[in-house]
Design a protein around this ligand. Sequence first.
Ligand code: NAP
Length: 334
Amino acid sequence: MKAIVFHEHGGLDVLRYTDIDTPEPGPGEVRIAVEACSLNYHDVFTRRGMPGIKTPLPMIPGCDAAGRVDALGQGVTGWSSGDRVLVDPVQWSDDGRIRMIGDTRWGAYAQYVVVDARQLMALPDDVSAVDASCLPVAYGTAHRMLFTRGRIEAGETVFVLGASGGVGTCCVLLAKLAGCHVVAAAGSAAKCEALLALGADEAVDYSTTDIATYTRERTGSLFSGGGWDVVVNFTGGDTWAQTLRMVKAGGRLLTCGATAGYDPPTDIRFIWTAEMDVRGSNGWKRADLESLVAMVQDGRLKPVVDCELPLDQGAEAMRLLEERQFFGKVVITP
Ligand SMILES: NC(=O)c1ccc[n+]([C@@H]2O[C@H](COP(=O)([O-])OP(=O)(O)OC[C@H]3O[C@@H](n4cnc5c(N)ncnc54)[C@H](OP(=O)(O)O)[C@@H]3O)[C@@H](O)[C@H]2O)c1
């Protein structure tokens, strides 16, 4: 089959569009003909190499796959060749190990991907493979972070940093659906325009505006009720201490990642002074994905797709993501 493969960790130049043996499904496994694979920043981390995670090489990136059942391994029941499916990227093995496609198993920047049959979700006919492929990692994580961990409620103010990316655009869409006042922050005027068009109530360009100053000007001093009820920060790095100054007394700071650095300087004074909750959120549960598929099916949610590229453009797709030249999700359509 054709795939985007890397044999060593490194920059974009380690990615090769090449022929590689089509994987065979083992017992309990299913081979999927990939119709769409959305990209995540996780793909960049995996390609570069992540501390604490051993990536078997060669590796094919791509965690988010939708397509059709192509071949069944021994003992698989309940699925037939041609069934439309969405893949839950995480495999919970009987031995207690957690594996994920595009991370510790071959992923979906490929014509085919093999997964455990328990990872499959039936895809309704009226949900496209491209839309479905946007859901698992980014949208599933946003759903769990905002609702299960963040407990956002109608009428609350929600500030989303990094709002132009996969998790970010979904946070904007879901918080608006929940009846919140959404403030979206992104790195260019054009991305801010797009976020307002998406439904954000306010947008702030952090390439030109200091977000803590913006918060103080819009909501007042933290000592007199200023700040946002909920601040979402999966960027980390230098933004971490900055967003500690933006949470209202009794509010929540939500995080699911650290695109710009995981061990940033902090300022603990704001945590106790504001009596804020710092809440971590990791991944999604199957129920998050089921809710999201239902929301797309009934029209409440429309995933934000920047562009669809063919498989041989897989390295270019990752370049767009890494260089922040996109809005929403980039999707490969093998
Ligand atoms: N724990 C989990 O289960 C989980 C699941 C999903 C994602 N995550 C994490 O959440 C983060 C976002 O993931 P994603 O897939 O939504 O990423 P993404 O689509 O690439 O979006 C990230 C956005 O962050 C902004 N950004 C700010 N500083 C950046 C920097 N130094 N490098 C790159 N982008 C930067 C960019 O927007 P502007 O150009 O507008 O600045 C970019 O659009 C990642 O750290 C990811 O690993 C964690």
